[in-house]
Design a protein around this ligand. Structure first.
Ligand code: ADP
Ligand code: MG
Length: 365
């Protein structure tokens, strides 16, 4: 296996509890891969097995083309930054960054040159003599990244590196990490529970849930072609609308949506549709398409600037649907109105099953 980071049938049990269950993926060379999932899904445990901090129950770990399943942390040559991997409080920024180099017995001159280079990279040249407690949270994480990069690791492992910081600082650091990564091109694995962070930073996203992989894909694939109900619900806001399968289509109210050829007649189906994919037609303006739409009542309408958010109630079964649309598509629509809604882009799943025959094929690979 030549990928810079790869795991193969990796599992980890703590007593009778399986935290990581048969996980396999390879991170794209020179890119950022995100390991995305809710808290407790096993992300950190995968990262810790890659770092050599946890021993797998079964499976294998590869770093820079070498199998590293049971080797020591030092031998793996990975750099890591953790949310709570504190800096050394009694050391200056400079000494913190130099730490990995002094452990490796690099010469003083070599250490100084490398530390200067990294302080420049993370834009903290003027903070070299400060102590960690004299820095902001964001600055501390930049020092932590410089320290991780100093010994020129082969790969970089980041575990919720911005998790403890407030939203505004997270945004700034995200942009900053993206720039640094473009400059260095080091293969990186970023653990996060924040789907926006994953979609924005990562070239490839591995979605985890309860110790297993739900889907591997690009940001676009994960967002637009979710392979499972879990991914559809976790990555981006989505309405879940319940209906019944009739000849390969799903009936929701009066509407038939295609995409259920993989489900048996008469079975229950769930459609996932994003608020901005719900189409709304005012009945007076509807043409022949009206037959493909479901009547609904506008229960609530909130203006959010250039878009509005609508809470719709489907006539018949009363299911609630959230729509969010540009205001210029909503002219003349008011609370209490009867409208027609269309879920043309809906993604259809069996209540707990896979999306389609295509994802069955993918799952079998
Ligand atoms: P994540 O990083 O996705 O939040 P973790 O990998 O930290 O998830 O944990 C996955 C599951 O494994 C959790 O239920 C957690 O409680 C459990 N777990 C993690 N480490 C240990 C451990 N050392 N002993 C027992 N259970 C653990
Ligand atoms: Mg974690």
């Amino acid at each position: 296996m030549n990928a810079a980071i790869a795991v193969e049938h990796l599992s980890k049990s703590f007593g009778s509890f399986t935290a990581v269950d048969d996980v396999s993926f390879a991170a794209s060379e020179g890119r950022i891969t995100a390991l995305l999932g809710p808290s407790g899904s096993g992300k950190s445990t995968v990262l810790r097995m890659l770092a050599g901090l946890e021993r797998p129950t079964s499976g294998r770990v590869w770093i820079a083309g070498e199998e590293r399943t049971y080797t020591s942390v030092q031998e793996r040559q990975v750099g890591f930054v953790f949310q709570h991997y504190a800096l050394f409080r009694h050391m200056t920024v400079r000494d913190n960054v130099a730490f990995g180099l002094s452990v490796r017995k690099a010469s003083k001159a070599e250490q100084k040159e490398r530390v200067d280079e990294l302080l420049h990279l993370v834009q903290l040249e003027h903070f070299a003599h400060r102590f960690p407690e004299q820095l902001s949270g964001g600055q501390r994480q930049r020092v932590a990244l410089a320290r991780a990069l100093a010994p020129r690791p082969k790969v970089l492992l980041l575990d919720e590196p911005f998790g403890a910081l407030d939203a505004r600082v997270r945004q700034d650091l995200r942009r900053w990490l993206d720039e640094i990564h473009r400059e260095l091109g080091i293969t990186s694995l970023l653990v996060t529970h924040d789907q926006e962070e994953a979609l924005e930073l990562a070239h490839q996203v591995v979605v985890m849930h309860e110790g297993r992989i739900e889907q591997i894909g690009t940001s676009e694939e994960i967002y637009n072609e979710p392979a499972t109900p879990f991914v559809a619900g976790f990555v981006g806001a989505a309405n879940v609308i319940k209906g019944l399968v009739i000849e390969g289509r799903v009936q929701f109210g009066q509407q038939l949506v295609s995409g259920a050829a993989h489900l048996p007649d008469g079975s229950a189906a769930h459609a996932f549709v994003r608020p901005h994919d719900v189409r709304i037609v005012v009945p007076a303006r509807a043409n022949g398409d009206a037959r493909l739409s479901s009547p609904a009542t506008v229960e609530r309408m909130v203006n959010l600037g250039w878009t509005s958010k609508l809470v719709l109630s489907l006539v018949g079964d009363g299911q609630s649907v959230i729509a969010q649309l540009p205001n210029d598509q909503l002219e003349g629509v008011r609370e209490g109105d009867r409208v027609l809604v269309d879920f043309g882009n809906a993604k259809v799943f069996a209540p707990h099953g896979p999306a389609s025959s295509r994802s069955d094929e993918l799952a079998a690979v």
